[in-house]
Design a protein around this ligand. Structure first.
Ligand code: ATP
Ligand code: MG
Length: 260
């Protein structure tokens, strides 16, 4: 279970960053009070435009960032006070964290397995399962830097899942993947869901949110503006598909923000 309670995240900007963003404001409020719950046996999708705060939210859940306000529980553990326990319960995948380019997928898999305190036998069993499923055996001994984008992504996914965690946090898991590879990833997420894991993903691909997610939280400018199953969201917005719902929410929210 993931429980996010009134999460606020403010980034302090360096002088250089302020210049880069052409702003005089030394702070950027990336997440403005998000509350949500993702349950076992459910795929929760954070859907939002670029800069909405999806990655920031997921990084807070994964203990890589400390909330400015609010708190987060993962499997009953507080992400700030019990970070170690949280990290042992999760798989975290994001574009910004790359596997070391000088090592092979095989090496990284063993390395992270040992880091999680697994025995060699446990690591081998998981390796067989995950490398077979994602078709990694063919390139498992090549250096990460020699792999294609899709191969790297598959390797990163397998490594993140080595310890068979209860909670899976994937930031844009299919970004850069061809349709076949993307499908193998989303099918695996469904399998994890069916095994009773908690799965939370971020995406800005409407069709992916529509097909994959049991529950969708639409996040715009750091706020959750709508939440529910696809049917719930269509009903609330009075639309026929998620893209229309999204545009409607976006224009509504932007109008409110400029008015208030
Ligand atoms: N390290 C940082 N320092 C300052 N501002 C940041 C930092 N990281 C993100 N931001 C800002 O916080 C806001 C939210 O960014 P975030 O990466 O969470 O969005 P996102 O929803 O993941 O977007 P995308 O779809 O482009 O990945 C943006 O305005 C971004 O510019
Ligand atoms: Mg992001």
């Amino acid at each position: 279970m993931i429980k996010i309670n009134n999460l606020v995240k403010v980034y302090k900007l360096s002088a250089r960053k302020m210049q880069e963003l052409k702003t005089k404001n030394p702070e950027k409020i990336a997440v403005k009070g998000v509350t949500l719950e993702a349950k076992p046996g459910e795929i929760y999708g954070l859907l939002g435009p670029n800069g909405a705060g999806k990655t920031t939210t997921l990084r807070c859940v994964a203990t890589l960032l400390k909330p400015t306000e609010g708190d987060i529980q993962v499997c009953g553990f507080d992400t700030v006070k019990e970070g170690e326990k949280v990290r042992n319960s999760i798989a975290f995948l994001t574009n910004e964290i790359k596997l070391d380019p000088n090592f092979s997928a095989d090496y990284m898999f063993t390395f992270f397995g040992r880091l999680h305190g697994m025995t060699n036998e446990q690591i081998e069993t998981r390796r067989n399962e995950l490398f077979n499923y994602f078709g990694i055996n063919a390139f498992k001994d090549k250096k990460i830097e020699e792999l294609s984008t899709g191969m790297k992504q598959k390797a990163a996914i397998a490594v993140s899942l080595v310890h068979d965690p209860e909670v899976v946090i994937f930031d844009e898991p299919t970004s850069g993947l061809d349709v076949i590879t993307a499908k193998s990833v989303t099918d695996y997420l469904r399998k994890l869901r069916d095994d009773g894991k908690v799965v939370i993903v971020s995406t800005h691909i409407m069709s992916e949110a529509e097909k994959l997610c049991d529950k969708i939280g639409v996040i715009i400018s750091g706020q959750k503006v709508c939440e529910g199953s696809l049917a719930d969201i269509l009903e609330t917005t009075g639309t026929d598909d998620l893209e229309d719902a999204f545009f409607k929410l976006y224009s509504q929210y932007s109008a409110e923000e400029s008015a208030g």
